[in-house]
Design a protein around this ligand. Structure first.
Ligand SMILES: [Mg+2]
Length: 272
């Protein structure tokens, strides 16, 4: 098996659960420090800076914000490539609004894109506005990520399950009869942005994640090597969904370091 040129890492369920650091996370990040890597998350709520600050707050080595790619950032970059200077109407958290505002212009009356992500703001009025932009003005319906629910630790440190982008975009899709276009995992756009950022081909990357349906299935479809860690949403012993075949299927990060160190001698700093 070819030694990967770069590593993409999911975070929640891999490195931490909310505010709880998972076993071996710090050691793992030290071991891959000199290998090109970046952190990819479907969660559009936190900005890259807030994600980096979260690492520091729970005692992990702090990544450069440029090494973090959220679905909000990938959505903004994709819309700018589709339509430079795009106009949008967005429903979601601050992180989504900030990312979109950097590359586009908010325009609730003439938006070309109705963009939905996790966060507050969905009510009858926003649904009505988005619906009319789609059915009357031909706006495209875009969603940051298809997750039905996501894990999040609020600023109070309490772990919650939040409705995901896939749940929040559903009323717009049902009301308009238009299928949303998704950016986050398992769709390719977030992965592709990470590869572009790292200047590597997808086939030269390995993706590490805790969800077979998004992290592993999406990366596998792009020809990446894949590692499933069963420390998050997918518990040890559960049967993999049909067609999902991670190259490594391990309990946690220490086990992944051990198998990688055998597979790729000298690749990891300090060995396993
Ligand atoms: Mg995860």
């Amino acid at each position: 098996m070819q030694t990967p040129a770069a590593i993409l890492l999911d975070m929640d369920g891999v490195l931490f659960h909310g505010t709880t650091r998972l076993p071996g996370a710090r050691r793992f990040l030290q071991a891959i420090a000199s290998i090109p890597h970046c952190f990819v998350t479907n969660n559009p709520i936190r900005s890259e800076e807030r994600v980096a600050a979260h690492f520091a707050a729970i005692g992990l080595p702090t990544p450069l914000p440029s090494r973090v790619i959220t679905s909000a950032r990938a959505t903004a970059a994709w819309l700018a490539s589709e339509c430079p200077g795009f106009r949008y109407f967005a429903v979601g958290a601050t992180g989504l609004h900030e990312a979109l505002a950097e590359l586009g212009t908010e325009d609730p009356d003439n938006a070309e894109f109705v963009v939905i992500g996790e966060g507050p703001g969905l009510d009858f009025d926003t649904l009505t506005r988005g619906l009319n932009l789609i059915v009357q003005r031909g706006a495209r319906l875009v969603c940051t990520n298809p997750d039905q629910s996501v894990d999040d630790a609020g600023d109070d440190g309490v772990h919650r399950v939040l409705p995901g982008g896939g749940a929040l975009v559903a009323p717009f899709a049902v009301a308009s009869g238009v299928e949303p276009e998704y950016v986050g995992k398992p769709y390719p756009r977030l992965f592709e942005m990470a590869c572009t950022r790292l200047a590597v081909d997808a086939q030269a990357c390995v993706m590490v994640g805790d969800r077979p349906d998004t992290d592993i299935a999406g990366a596998q479809a792009l020809g990446m090597q894949t590692a499933l860690v069963r420390s998050g949403r997918f518990a040890p012993g559960r049967r993999l969904p049909d067609g999902v075949r991670p190259d490594w299927d391990v309990a946690d990060l220490p086990q992944l370091l051990a198998v990688w160190d055998r597979a790729f001698p000298g690749w990891l700093a300090g060995g396993a």
